[in-house]
Design a protein around this ligand. Structure first.
Ligand SMILES: [Zn+2]
Ligand SMILES: [Zn+2]
Length: 365
């Protein structure tokens, strides 16, 4: 099994079978929370499609497994070699045909004669970028067997851009595969979703993440703490072992979450200002704080399902979690920090605490 991915063995097996099938699907949708490994799985698919050792030239166009894609390769089947030219370029992130499309200037292509400002801090994937993408896919890949375009986050298309993407998915060019990555599949056009092979990327068990980190040579104690704090998200766990300060003082952060969530509106605004000020100097600490907020609302969601004391309407928790995802993506796209935090905090429902903030935070331990 591929050691590049922590957990998700079943998905890796599925991707292996798809890549080896007669007609690999040209559009995949990786749906799941941030940090669970969605983009890494898309890259795994790109490797499987393009590795020279898995796809020797003599069998080009023919399938290793025949027409029957239900004939899964055995679990011991070799993964991508990691050494051939396509593998190396893909793993380095320098393959000319493996393209990451997200908010910003990637593939931006203004119309002829149009004066068009660059937009590095756009929060959406714009129509000009989609135009650039369509231009690109009309041509053959430079060297790849299959060009792979990873669209992340795929829920950030404007109206016109979404419909243009849909047209492309309806008449897919044979040599290009689209991997859509999203935490909010319900925000995509249903007609886009229905064109994609959907892959649900779920949180990974804590023990599996811990083992994966230790395999990568990280200190076992640190690995255990990072796995715990990552709440099933290997990508987050890897950030944590690289920057242990990001884990922060979780108890203190959760206390603060409880206080803000139960407090008056003006406290939310001053908290948003504080987050925005600190965002400039200490991004890691703020990202850890957003993680704490996620833990806070996920815990509420569990309590709500269980009908425990001090519950908030489930829809409110879901809304809050979505607002955090949006804020994180906005911040990564370099959107103005203060409005991003304000929007997030205004989306949070007001909670009534059954316990004091200190007791609240102890409940997560
Ligand atoms: Zn290879
Ligand atoms: Zn543009």
């Amino acid at each position: 099994m591929s050691a590049r991915i922590i957990g998700h063995e079943d998905i890796v097996r599925e991707l292996a079978a798809l890549a080896a099938s007669e007609e690999p699907p040209h559009a995949l949708l990786f749906a799941g929370p941030d940090g669970t490994g969605r983009a890494a799985l898309a890259i795994e698919y790109a490797l499987r499609l393009n590795c020279e050792r898995l796809n020797p030239p003599t069998t080009a166009g023919a399938s290793l497994w025949g027409a029957d894609s239900s004939l899964l390769p055995p679990p011991s089947s070799p993964g991508p070699c990691g050494e051939c030219r396509p593998c190396r370029l893909i793993l380095e992130g320098t393959h000319p045909d493996i393209i990451a499309l997200g908010p910003g200037d990637t593939l931006c292509r203004p119309r002829d004669g149009e004066s068009h400002a660059k937009h590095p801090d756009s929060r959406d994937i714009r129509i000009c970028q989609v135009r650039g993408m369509i231009d690109l896919v009309a041509r053959y890949p430079f060297e790849a067997r299959h060009r792979v375009i990873v669209i992340d986050p795929a829920d950030r298309f404007g109206h016109e851009a979404a419909h243009t993407v849909l047209k492309t998915l309806e008449e897919p060019p044979g040599h290009t595969v689209f991997c859509l990555v999203t935490a909010a599949p319900e925000a995509l056009l249903e007609t886009i979703v229905s064109r994609c092979r959907r892959i649900e990327v779920r949180p990974v068990p804590r023990a599996r993440i811990e083992a994966g980190l230790v395999e990568r040579g990280f200190d076992p104690d640190l690995a255990a703490r990072a796995a715990e704090a990552s709440r099933g998200r290997p990508g987050r766990a890897i950030e944590f072992v690289r920057h242990p300060d990001m884990m922060g003082d979780r108890g203190r952060l959760l206390e603060r979450c409880a206080r803000v969530a139960a407090g008056p509106l003006r406290e939310r605004f001053s908290y948003a200002r504080d987050l925005a000020d600190r965002w400039r100097s200490d991004r890691h600490a703020i990202l850890a704080e957003l993680d704490a907020w996620e833990a806070f609302w996920e815990e509420r969601l569990r309590q709500g399902v269980g009908g425990g004391q001090g519950t908030v309407a489930l829809a409110g928790c879901v809304e809050a979690l979505r607002a955090i995802t949006t804020a994180r993506a906005d911040l990564q796209a370099n959107v103005m920090a203060r409005p991003a935090f304000e929007l997030m905090l205004l989306a949070f429902p007001r909670v009534t605490l059954a316990l004091s903030p200190e007791e609240e935070s102890a409940a997560y331990a």
